[in-house]
Design a protein around this ligand. Structure first.
Ligand code: DGY
Length: 313
């Protein structure tokens, strides 16, 4: 069996894969060009991709032997799952193992933006800490005791809600349907109106594309914050920039963007009331190794005709 792998993975798992199948690896840090994928997937039984590779009809059609697409991610919006399934190809992903790391980062983002941690760090590094301690210096917003709104109460949403307990926060949420959980389900507009911190934890699909648009942002409190570590395109970025510039909300903390990577010319970079991180939700050594294990085992199990650990529903 032959497998195409589009990026080096941490730990021993690519060697493990190579001990069972013949692996062709794109070993650069940047993503392989699309033409390279189309050329090299032709004779492969499996392809192991990351979220930067678009696996659409064209790629799938260029691989007549393809049986498995294993993505090293929880998100699978970069794959035409419906078409793959129609072709009888199994699509697998890596949920659960990255839930806690992502929830940790989300909480970090909440605290960083509310307490102006990045601004403070920048101020010192730029040699601008000129005043001594002052009662009104760099005041931020409290986190404990506030209302945490969660859009999408899946695994990551629940892990964030659990962490909020330690901060005595009231948690409200909206998702496709109410869950049997201790937190309060509210309709979408109420979620936007009442949240002090609104965390986006839905996946990207046609129904969530630009779900957070100008109308929704206008519902939010002027003192509130938006946090996104899901997919950039859930938020209409232009509308968010307007909201941040015009003070409809107090700030935002973003780990994901409509087009990644963003450059220094992006409007968001010019705003002080925003904390930005470069898509780091799952980026810990421990989690990225677990993702590698799951992605590789998913591939091997599915190639052998066994049930993978996580098949995309
Ligand atoms: C995912 O897995 O989809 C995250 O965005 C990156 O780990």
């Amino acid at each position: 069996m032959k497998v195409l792998v589009t990026r080096q993975l941490p730990g021993k798992w690519l060697d493990y894969l190579s001990s069972y199948v013949s692996v062709e690896l794109w070993d650069k840090e940047y993503p392989p060009p699309r033409d390279w994928i189309i050329e090299h997937v032709k004779d492969k039984d499996g392809i192991l991709v990351t979220l930067t590779e678009r696996v659409d009809k064209e790629v799938i059609d260029s691989a007549p032997r393809l049986k498995v697409i294993s993505t090293y991610s929880v998100g699978y919006d970069h794959i035409d799952v419906q078409y793959a399934k129609k072709r009888g190809i199994i699509v697998t992903y890596t949920p659960e193992v990255l839930t806690d790391a992502t929830a940790d980062l989300i909480f970090g983002l909440i605290i960083a933006v509310a307490r102006r941690i990045v601004e403070g760090d920048k101020l010192i590094r730029e040699g601008k800490w000129n005043t001594s301690w002052h009662p009104m210096f760099m005041l931020g917003t409290e986190v404990h005791g506030k209302v945490l709104g969660i859009l999408g109460m899946g695994r990551i949403g629940m892990a964030v809600a659990k962490r909020a307990k330690g901060f005595d926060m009231k948690v409200i949420y909206n998702s496709r349907r109410p869950h049997n959980v201790e937190w309060q389900f509210v309709d979408l507009d109420t979620l936007f109106r009442e949240s002090d911190y609104l965390v986006i934890a839905v996946d990207l699909n046609p129904s969530t594309y630009h779900l957070v648009n100008e109308d929704k942002l206008r519902l939010m409190k002027r003192s509130s914050f938006l946090i996104n570590a899901s997919r950039g395109a859930v938020v209409d970025e232009k509308a968010l920039v307007k909201a941040l510039k015009e003070g409809w909300i107090r700030g935002a903390a973003l780990d994901v963007f409509e087009r990644e990577p963003i450059g220094a010319d992006n409007e968001l970079v010019k705003l002080d009331n925003v904390v930005l991180t470069p898509h780091l939700g799952s980026a810990t050594w421990e989690t990225r190794e677990k993702m590698a294990e799951v992605a590789v085992k998913n591939m091997l199990f599915a190639l052998r005709g066994e049930r993978p650990i996580y098949e995309v529903p």
